[in-house]
Ligand binder design. Structure first.
Ligand code: NAI
Length: 250
């Protein structure tokens, strides 16, 4: 546990499932005030908010599409209305779909880029602007992937979006380090969440992935949440612009 996270206000996008949910619960255990952003599933958003409260934190739900500028602005506004300020932004929401690249529609390309890259940009821009205006030495964590550096056939839009998150994170980290705002990202390999449910329902596909992982198993969402808690805490006060890769052969 990190004492300085107690009472901190953390916004997590795409927090109604998977890694977002695990991070929300972890920040609840840290006694933080958690804003659970959900996209479409209000019931899941509410369930996670209750889990955060049960873990010891405070929580509200805010609906929003991270690819829409107005929704991201609204997320920050609702956060400040509820908790008076905010300190930590976690741009976690993301999507993927498998398509041979010659068949990838412009619509699918745009959807993934708008969610995974534009969504992270908007979350960074709006949170950094708020922190600068209010002299808050906050921190931003972006959820990237090992596929920001490892090519991934049939997922060109996903790999391109995460490659963009890498340069976005490193560039913003340099830009705002002088203001005391830290910007890092996490690049998981394979973690057991709904995004992978279909892929890993095939035991052979699962075993093939596990054979590439030095730890020998697919990561648990809580193991990523632990990294996010460290990156958000003052224990990592001299860390900015890093990508913490996890569970990959790289
Ligand atoms: P997930 O599918 O459980 O979570 C994604 C979340 O994003 C969902 O809650 C979904 O509702 C939300 N979302 C989708 N579009 C949205 C939008 N336009 N606005 C707001 N929210 C939206 O999957 P998971 O694994 O928890 O994914 C979270 C992040 O982790 C993603 O960025 C993903 O690319 C990344 N990641 C996951 C890995 C894994 O193995 N699970 C590996 C590497 C990266």
């Amino acid at each position: 546990m990190y004492r300085d996270l107690e009472g901190k206000v953390v916004v997590i996008t795409g927090a109604s499932s998977g890694l977002g949910r695990a991070m929300a619960i972890r920040f609840g255990q840290e006694k933080a005030k958690v804003v659970v952003n959900y996209f479409k599933n209000e019931a899941d958003g509410e369930k996670v908010a209750k889990e955060v409260q049960a873990a010891g934190g405070e929580a509200i739900n805010v609906q929003g599409d991270v690819s829409k500028e107005q929704d991201v602005k609204n997320l920050i506004t609702k956060t400040v209305e509820a908790f008076g300020t905010f300190d930590i932004m976690i741009n976690n929401a993301g999507i993927e779909n498998e398509v041979p690249s010659e068949k990838l529609s412009t619509e699918d390309w745009n959807k993934v880029i708008e969610t995974n890259l534009t969504g992270v940009f908007l979350g960074c821009r709006e949170s950094i602007a708020y922190m600068l205006d209010h002299h808050i030495k906050g921190t931003v964590i972006n959820m990237s992937s090992v596929h920001e550096v490892i090519p991934w056939p049939h997922f060109v839009h996903y790999a391109a979006s995460k490659g963009g998150v890498k340069m976005l994170t490193e560039t913003l980290a340099l830009e705002y380090a002088p203001k005391g705002i830290r910007i890092n990202s996490i690049g998981p390999g394979a973690i057991d969440t709904p995004i992978n449910a279909e892929k890993f329902s095939d035991p052979k596909a699962k075993a093939d992935v596990e054979s590439l992982i030095p730890m020998g198993y697919i990561g648990k969402p809580e193991e990523i949440a632990a990294v996010a808690a460290w990156l958000a805490s003052s224990e990592s006060s001299y860390v900015t612009g890093i990508i913490r890769y996890l569970l990959t052969e790289e």
